[in-house]
Design a protein around this ligand. Structure first.
Ligand code: GRF
Length: 207
């Protein structure tokens, strides 16, 4: 059994999609969802709809120094991941950079990590926040979604899967984001299924 932890900060549509996908898979289990925001609706939703899944609220500690704060936060997260004997981490709208503590704990011998992220753009275009908004404002005819291994950079790790979608003439920002989200759910589900079938993940291309 491969044990996956999902990390989320906000609305959590990707987290729910992964929980639903895992129900159908024989060799992958998601025993815990790590949430760093008290306000995330996921806390209540998972407790009421997924009784077999634990939620771990691990808020960011109140320290000024960013490096020290990240280290303390990730050590707390790591304690939870150890309890659940987690093999892989899937970031699903987790709005934080991952630091050396988690990267080291999930490092593969080949240098990539067993931490995966989904990003709403055709990376390397538009790393960071608001990928869809940026593509929409720039009038890009094609946008997309990238799933990649997490490394020390901001959305810079090797790509596992990248899928594009067209911007339609009649698109508003809302319909454009909606189409992107549909792509996100489909391909994150496919990557979790790949992990189930192959027992590991590999990069589609190096960047
Ligand atoms: C998604 O667009 C994801 O690609 C990005 O953050 C957003 C999270 O949405 N990393 P949700 O919380 O999963 O609905």
């Amino acid at each position: 059994m491969i044990r996956v932890a999902v990390f989320a900060s906000g609305a959590g549509s990707n987290a729910i999609n992964l929980l639903e996908t895992a129900k159908r898979l024989g060799d992958v289990r998601i025993p815990v969802v790590i949430i760093d925001q008290q306000t995330s609706p996921l806390l209540e939703r998972i407790r009421s709809e997924y009784p077999d899944v634990e939620t771990a609220l691990v808020p960011i500690p109140p320290m000024k120094d960013v490096k020290a704060r990240r280290e303390v936060h990730e050590t707390e997260i790591l304690d939870v991941l150890k309890i659940f004997q987690i093999d892989w981490c899937f970031l699903a709208g987790y709005m934080r950079m991952v630091g050396p503590t988690l990267l080291k704990a999930f490092q593969e011998p080949n240098g990539t990590s067993r931490i995966v992220n989904i990003h709403p753009s055709l990376l390397p275009k538009y790393p960071g926040l608001d990928g869809y908004e940026q593509a929409f404002r720039a009038d890009d005819a094609v946008s997309g979604v990238t799933i990649h291994f997490v490394d020390a950079g901001m959305d810079t790790g090797p790509v596992i899967k990248q899928v594009s979608f067209k911007r339609e003439k009649k698109d508003t920002l809302e319909t454009f984001i909606e189409r992107g989200k549909t792509v996100e759910w489909k391909i994150y589900s496919e990557v979790l299924t790949l992990l189930n079938d192959q027992r590991t993940l590999s990069a589609e291309k190096k960047r």
